[in-house]
Design a protein around this ligand. Structure first.
Ligand code: ADP
Ligand code: MG
Length: 410
């Protein structure tokens, strides 16, 4: 630090800024406050203009712009796990932007677009525990001079100091996400058990009503009355469908696991959907094709999940559309998983609604029951998996199911 500050005045200023910053770091518990604090300090220390911070999303592991300004929108600035990100992970130091041929390997096409449109001249990694949590983009300095070695040193001291705060925040985020998952599961099981109990009680009298109406139906010739009877019966059938949905809450807790081929099950479900549900022009794209993917799980329950998700995707598509079903594999902490990723190009889900879509009875549809996703959530979690829904950056919705393969050595 000593050689950094030549005159007394600036030494005092820098020290004060670092001291203030370090003190504030202990009190910052939340990502957005940390980000605005970093932005302010960088401005104070090196007078950089246009400071942007991209932060790693825990679920997708991609880096997303956190402090969009008027002329930028969040979605259009996402960095993936290659090019620039890989370089920063390996080198752990600031990078001066240059598109000279020797830098060609560092920047992917998307990086280059992002860097150029954010007018970025210097890129700094934000890291803790060997993990790259974020990336800072800095534009021109107030005095329009290039970033020199002194700027670099100041920045690296500043960024070293942030490591602890980033760690705290990441820990908090993980804990919150865990808590949220637990609350969701709890809420589902309580509501689910109540609902299933009620459904059971309603089903018996409803069956009597239905057979009574069917009995009378035979004796009535008046077409007007026949019409009334007909519509009453179809309402009874609708109640029955809702009850069947509610009852599956009580069954979903105990999956009966057997080995089967996931690809074949999905193909079969698609055939069923094509034959029974489809009134729109929808193209289904499945990847990989024709590759057997063995899994040990409750086949009927999983089929129900796939149907629920595909129906939602179909309902979200207005007229013509594409639904992609992609299956990937991964191993996490010694467990092998399939990731079933269903992408549609429908309406997408409003940010305010994303929190509620797994709640039982939450629906935005006139004819909806609001049970499809909450039942699917229960089924996937009782298999030791996870289900997440997000808006796709290019529009539409993406559902990702993470399901343990359940087969040793697979
Ligand atoms: N693929 C999707 N695209 C847009 N919105 C969706 C999608 N999947 C689910 N949703 C939203 O989540 C809500 C809950 O879904 P669900 O539990 O299946 O109930 P329902 O389909 O009966 O409304 C839907 O009403 C809809 O608003
Ligand atoms: Mg549904």
């Amino acid at each position: 630090m000593k050689q950094l500050f030549k005159n007394k005045q600036s030494r005092y200023d820098y020290r004060q800024i670092f001291l203030d910053f370090n003190r504030s770091l202990y009190t910052i518990k939340e990502k957005t406050s940390l980000i605005s604090s970093i932005v302010t300090r960088i401005y104070e220390l090196v007078q950089a203009k246009n400071i942007y911070i991209l932060w790693q999303n825990q679920d997708t592991t991609r880096y997303v712009l956190m402090n969009p300004q008027e002329e930028t929108s969040r979605e259009s600035y996402i960095l993936s796990d290659d090019g620039l990100i890989k370089w920063l992970q390996l080198n752990e130091k600031p990078l001066t932007v240059s598109f000279l041929p020797e830098y060609a390997n560092i920047f992917s096409e998307n990086d280059r677009k992002t860097v150029t449109s954010l007018n970025c001249l210097l890129i700094c990694p934000l890291k803790t525990n060997n993990q790259l949590r974020g990336v800072i983009f800095m534009g021109e300095k107030e005095d329009k001079k290039a970033y020199g070695p002194k700027d670099m040193e100041i920045l690296s001291v500043l960024l070293d100091n942030t490591a602890l705060a980033i760690e705290n925040i990441s820990y908090n985020e993980e804990r919150l996400a865990h808590l949220k998952r637990m609350m969701q599961t709890d809420r589902l099981s309580v509501i689910g058990q109540l609902a299933a109990g009620a459904a059971h009680e309603i089903r018996n009298p409803l069956t009597s009503i239905k057979s009574a109406i069917q009995y009378i139906q035979g004796d009535i010739n008046d077409p007007k009355k026949q019409k009334i009877i007909h519509s009453t019966l179809s309402e009874v059938n609708r109640i029955n469908e809702i009850l069947a949905g509610l009852l599956s809450f009580s069954r979903q807790n105990n999956p009966v696991k057997r080995e089967f081929d996931l690809t074949a099950m999905i193909e079969q479900t698609l055939r069923f959907i094509r034959n029974t549900q489809l009134k729109k022009q929808i193209r289904f794209v499945v990847r990989p094709v024709d590759l057997p993917l063995p899994v040990a799980a409750d086949r009927d329950q999983l089929k129900q999940v796939i149907i629920n998700i595909l129906l939602n995707a179909i309902e979200a598509i207005r007229q013509d559309g594409i639904i992609g079903i992609e299956i990937q594999s991964s191993i996490m902490e010694g467990t092998a998983y399939y990731h079933i990723i269903v992408t549609d190009n429908g309406t997408g889900i409003h940010e305010d609604q994303l929190e509620k879509i797994f709640d039982p009875f939450y629906t935005t549809k006139e004819e909806g029951t609001g049970l499809g996703l909450s039942i699917s959530y229960g089924i996937i979690h009782s298999h030791g998996g996870n289900i997440e829904i997000r808006n796709h950056p290019d529009g539409g919705t993406q559902v990702e199911i993470r399901l343990p393969k359940g087969i040793p050595n697979s």
